[in-house]
Design a protein around this ligand. Structure first.
Ligand SMILES: Cc1ncc(COP(=O)(O)O)c(C=O)c1O
Length: 395
C-alpha cells in the first residue's frame, strides 16, 4: 500500500533540484556565484570568521555533518533496529520548525489535505497547518498517561479522507512523556494496509529519555529504513543547548529524503551553524551533551520532588522524559485551577523575574504550569519564589 509518489504532492514529485554553482566546480578562481570576493564586511573579523570564508555560500549538502549525526545515532540504536541509517536518510533544516513546515508543504495540498495531531501537543503544528491552509484533525492523547490511542487514530483515518500526515511528539510537549515505541510501531504496522501517509515522530527531547537498556536508545531515528512510513525529527535546540544556531534533522527513507533535499532552500544551513554543529555532534561534543543531560535530569527529579511537596501543587501531570516538568496548580479548595496557575505565572514573571509557561488551556492540562529545568541556582530561586507566591495567592 505504501506509495510515496501518492503521498507527496504532484508538483513536488516533479521538482528538479536546484543546481548550485559549486555542485560542478569547487576550486580555482571562483567567479561563479556572484559572491563578494573582497571578503565579509566586518571591521575586525575573528580568526574563525575568516576561516569560515563567510563571503562564500555555505555547503548545500553538509555531508560531513550528516555523517557525524548518523554515526552518533547508529552508535546507540533503537533496540528494534536491524539496519543502520546513512546520510541518504537525512535532511537538515533551520531548526525542527523548518522541518515540520517543509514536510507539510511537500505532502499536504492547501485547502484539501489534512494533518492529524494528538493534543495536548506542540503548538507549531497547528500554526504551520494554518499558514499552509491545511486542516487539522485531532485524536487526543489518552489520560492520564498521555499515550496515543492507536484504535482511535485508525478509526479516524477510516472516517476522514485526505489525512496525509500524523504528527506525534515523543517525548511530548507539554506532557514530557515518551510515547511507547512499541505503540508507535503498532500504529505504523496497523495503518500501512489501509492508509497511505506518513507517521512523523518529533523527538525534540529524546536525549533526556532514559534508555530501555544499556547501549540502546528510545529514539526511533534508526528505524526509518525498516518503516518507510516513519519520519523522525530531531533538533540541536534542546539536549545540545544550541537553540541559537537553528539546526533540525529529519530522518526518513532515502526516497523521501531526496525529495526534501530538493525542496529545501539550497543554503538553508549557514556556515556558522554547520561549524558549531560539527563540533557539537563530534564524539567530544556528544560527551558534553550527555554530561548536561545527566545533570539536567538529576535536577529535574529534585525539582519535581520539592515542587510536589508544596501545599497548593497537585499532581505531576506529565512524565520524566524531557528537560521540563508539567505540574498542576491548585486553588484554596485544592482543585486544579487555571485562574490560580495563570496568576502565579504572571506574578512570577512580572514581580519576581522568573518566567515559566502557563499550559492550563491545553487539553487535559487544567491548572498546568510547564517549568523548564534550569541550573541548580535558578531552580532554587524558582522554587522558593513559586512557593511564596502560591501561598499568597491562596491566602
Ligand atoms: C516538540 C518540539 N518540536 C520542535 C521544537 C522546535 O525546535 P527547533 O528549535 O529545532 O525549531 C520544539 C521547541 O520547543 C518542540 O517543543
Amino acid at each position: 500500500m505504501f506509495d510515496l509518489k501518492a503521498i507527496v504532492r504532484p508538483n513536488i514529485i516533479k521538482l528538479e533540484p536546484y543546481r548550485c554553482a559549486r555542485d560542478d566546480f569547487k576550486t580555482g578562481i571562483l567567479l561563479d556565484a556572484n559572491e563578494n570576493t573582497h571578503g565579509p564586511a566586518l571591521s575586525e573579523p575573528s580568526a574563525l570568521e575568516l576561516e569560515l570564508e563567510l563571503n562564500r555560500y555555505p555547503d548545500p549538502h553538509q555531508e560531513e555533518l550528516k555523517q557525524q549525526i548518523v554515526d552518533s545515532r547508529n552508535g546507540t540504536p533503537n533496540m528494534h533496529a536491524t539496519r543502520k541509517v546513512t546520510v541518504e536518510n537525512l535532511c537538515l533544516g533551520v531548526g525542527s520548525d523548518e522541518s515540520i513546515d517543509m514536510l507539510m508543504r511537500c505532502c499536504c495540498a492547501p485547502a484539501r489535505e489534512k494533518l492529524l495531531v494528538c493534543p495536548p501537543t506542540y503548538g507549531m503544528y497547528s500554526i504551520c497547518a494554518a499558514v499552509n491552509d491545511v486542516e487539522i484533525v485531532k485524536v487526543p492523547l489518552t489520560v492520564p498517561d498521555f499515550q496515543i490511542d492507536v484504535e482511535a487514530i485508525v478509526s479516524k483515518l477510516e472516517s476522514e479522507t485526505g489525512v496525509k500526515l500524523i504528527y506525534l511528539t515523543s517525548p511530548g510537549n507539554p506532557t514530557g512523556k515518551l510515547i511507547s515505541v512499541d505503540t508507535i510501531i503498532s500504529l505504523l504496522e496497523k495503518v500501512q494496509d489501509g492508509w497511505n501517509g506518513l507517521v512523523v515522530v518529533d523527538e525534540a527531547y529524546i536525549d533526556f529519555t532514559a534508555p530501555p537498556q544499556d547501549g540502546f536508545s528510545q529514539s526511533m531515528a534508526t528505524l526509518v529504513n525498516q518503516y518507510p512510513n516513519l519520519v523522525v525529527m530531531q533538533t540541536l535546540s534542546k539536549s545540545f543547548g544550541l537553540a541559537g544556531i537553528r539546526l533540525g534533522v529529519t530522518f526518513c527513507n532515502a526516497q523521501l529524503s531526496k525529495i526534501l533535499n530538493s525542496v529545501k532552500y539550497p543554503y538553508n544551513i549557514s556556515s556558522l551553524t554547520s561549524d558549531v554543529a560539527l563540533k557539537a555532534t563530534s564524539p567530544r561534543g556528544i560527551a558534553v551533551m550527555q554530561r548536561y543531560v545527566k545533570s539536567i535530569n538529576e535536577q529535574r527529579d529534585l525539582v519535581l520532588a520539592k515542587i510536589l511537596a508544596l501545599e497548593y501543587v497537585g499532581r505531576n501531570l506529565g512524565g520524566l522524559d524531557s528537560n521540563f516538568i508539567l505540574v498542576e496548580i491548585l486553588d484554596k479548595e485544592k482543585k486544579p485551577s487555571n485562574e490560580v496557575a495563570l496568576k502565579l505565572y504572571n506574578t512570577l514573571a512580572v514581580d519576581n523575574a522568573v518566567v515559566v509557561r502557563f499550559r492550563g488551556n491545553e487539553l487535559n492540562c487544567t491548572g498546568g504550569l510547564r517549568i523548564s529545568i534550569g541550573t541548580t541556582e535558578e531552580n532554587q530561586v524558582m522554587l522558593s519564589k513559586l512557593e511564596r507566591v502560591l501561598l499568597e495567592l491562596n491566602k
